[in-house]
Design a protein around this ligand. Structure first.
Ligand SMILES: Nc1ncnc2c1ncn2[C@@H]1O[C@H](COP(=O)(O)OP(=O)(O)O)[C@@H](O)[C@H]1O
Ligand SMILES: [Mg+2]
Length: 459
């Protein structure tokens, strides 16, 4: 019995040992498979990490490249903007419908409208003064050709300016539109009209040259006859005394009569006016021959005073009613040195200005008619002013006064030559400037400035 129990125990123990060993074996196998799995996972993880690291690097590189490209693009944009902005021309980008896409600094300056306020708006709304009709933009885009308008007059802050306008079509892959370029050509226009004016004066000079001899001869005859009349009225001449005695005429009494009726003064006036006319004709002849009269040291104050004297006489003759109440004030700067000038030509200018002033005052029917002529020394310039309280003139008139043959006066009162010749004498012969400042219904001031020394000459 004991033996069988022992045998059973041994058997049971053996079974237990076998089961244990099997279990260990299984465990060992599971462990090694687990290790394999872990190794595989580790391997995969490393591969993934590598891939991720690689992807991360690529992303960083792309981002860096993107950053560089953006910076470069911004730089280029700024560079282009600064080129467009530093251009003196107004540059405006528009869509085919005329909405603003670009507005450079010159456009801001010309319109006073900031870029921010302009972008996106219709050009016609924000810059109505610019004569670019929508058709001009449409035509340029549809024909793919620039469209241009030259010397267009525009109103800029109340001033007339002249501009050239070009509309360039703009075609790119995504964008269609146009660029409008506006160039201020006022200066060129002024130079052109000055040249035209000089041309007109030249042809005027040629006309004068043709007429000069014809006028000079009868003028000489008039002056000669005047001298004869004066001589034959003189009571001191033996010939006159003999002729008077034969007629029983008292020459002394006749002389008193001539004095009393101011006939002698009239004769003197005719003589002065005749000599002046001869002088003017000679002057015009000289222009036409373009022989330049020598400029000599001239006292402007003396020229001004002589012109006033001449004018006083002339006004007495031609505007007797005005001459009674007209006051001509003279205010001369004694520090003014002699300037290189032609006294005769300057007198011609001042007489023109004084005559215009008197005519404007007469037309305005002033209670206290006043002309003021003054000189001032403003180194290195000499200034002469002729002021009047006459009709004044509108802006439109004042822009044309220096044009040959421009006059607002009736035939017989004006030829429209006075100021154009004066302009020529001051600017071309004396290298000076002449301008008018006028207020309608108040009066006009003409300001002449002359250099104290001519170019190339020191004083
Ligand atoms: N002092 C002035 N006041 C007003 N208008 C003036 C004055 N001076 C000139 N003008 C204007 O300028 C025009 C041209 O002057 P001018 O060349 O001297 O020609 P004219 O006197 O023969 O008309 C005048 O017709 C007049 O309209
Ligand atoms: Mg005149």
């Amino acid at each position: 019995m004991l033996t069988s129990i022992l045998g059973l125990l041994v058997t049971l123990q053996l079974i237990a040992i076998w089961a244990l060993m099997r279990n260990r074996l299984r465990h060992k196998r599971a462990l090694s498979s687990l290790r394999e799995t872990v190794a595989l996972l580790e391997q995969r993880l490393t591969a993934r990490t590598d891939a991720w690291r690689h992807a991360n690097d690529t992303l960083e590189q792309t981002e860096q490249r993107h950053r560089i490209t953006t910076a470069l693009l911004n730089e280029t944009k700024e560079y282009l903007n600064s080129i467009i902005n530093s251009m003196p021309s107004v540059m405006i980008g528009v869509t085919p419908s005329g909405h603003v896409t670009h507005w450079n600094s010159a456009a801001e300056l010309a319109t006073g409208i900031r870029e921010k306020k302009a972008l996106g708006f219709r050009l016609q709304e924000i810059y109505p003064n610019l004569p670019v009709p929508p058709e001009m933009i449409e035509e340029s885009i549809s024909l793919s050709e620039p469209r241009m308008r030259e010397n267009v007059k525009v109103d800029h802050l109340g001033m007339n300016r002249y501009v050239d306008i070009t509309v360039y079509p703009l075609h790119s892959l995504e964008l269609t539109g146009a660029v409008i370029r506006v160039d201020d050509v006022t200066m060129r226009q002024k130079l052109d009209s000055m040249m035209l004016q000089n041309e007109k004066l030249k042809s005027l000079g040629e006309l004068a040259a043709g007429m000069a001899h014809e006028i000079n001869n009868p003028l000489a005859a008039i002056l000669q006859s005047l001298q004869n009349v004066e001589r034959r009225l003189s009571p001191d001449q033996a010939g006159n005394q003999a002729a008077a005695a034969a007629l029983g005429l008292d020459l002394k009494k006749m002389d008193s009569y001539l004095e009393a009726r101011e006939i002698k003064r009239f004769l003197e006036g005719m003589d002065n006016a005749g000599r002046r006319a001869a002088e003017i004709v000679r002057n015009m002849l000289e222009f036409s021959r373009s022989s330049s009269r020598q400029l000599e040291p001239t006292q402007l104050n003396d020229v001004a005073h002589a012109s006033v004297n001449f004018m006083r006489n002339a006004i007495e003759f031609s505007m007797p009613s005005l001459s009674e109440s007209l006051v001509i004030e003279e205010d001369y700067d004694n520090s003014l040195p002699a300037i290189p000038a032609s006294g005769i030509e300057l007198q011609q200018v001042l007489v023109n200005l004084l005559k215009n002033a008197a005519q404007a005052i007469q037309e305005a029917r002033r209670d206290a008619p006043l002309i003021r002529i003054s000189t001032r020394y403003i180194p290195p310039l000499a200034e002469i002013r002729v002021e009047d309280n006459g009709t004044g003139m509108s802006l439109a008139t004042s822009k044309q006064i220096f044009d040959p043959f421009f006059t607002t006066k009736v035939v017989g009162q004006g030829t429209g030559l006075g100021l154009s010749i004066s302009h020529f004498i001051i600017t071309q012969r004396h290298h000076g400037r002449i301008e008018a400042r006028s207020t309608p219904d108040k009066g006009t001031t003409f300001v002449i400035t002359l250099p104290i020394a001519q170019p190339g000459q020191s004083h």
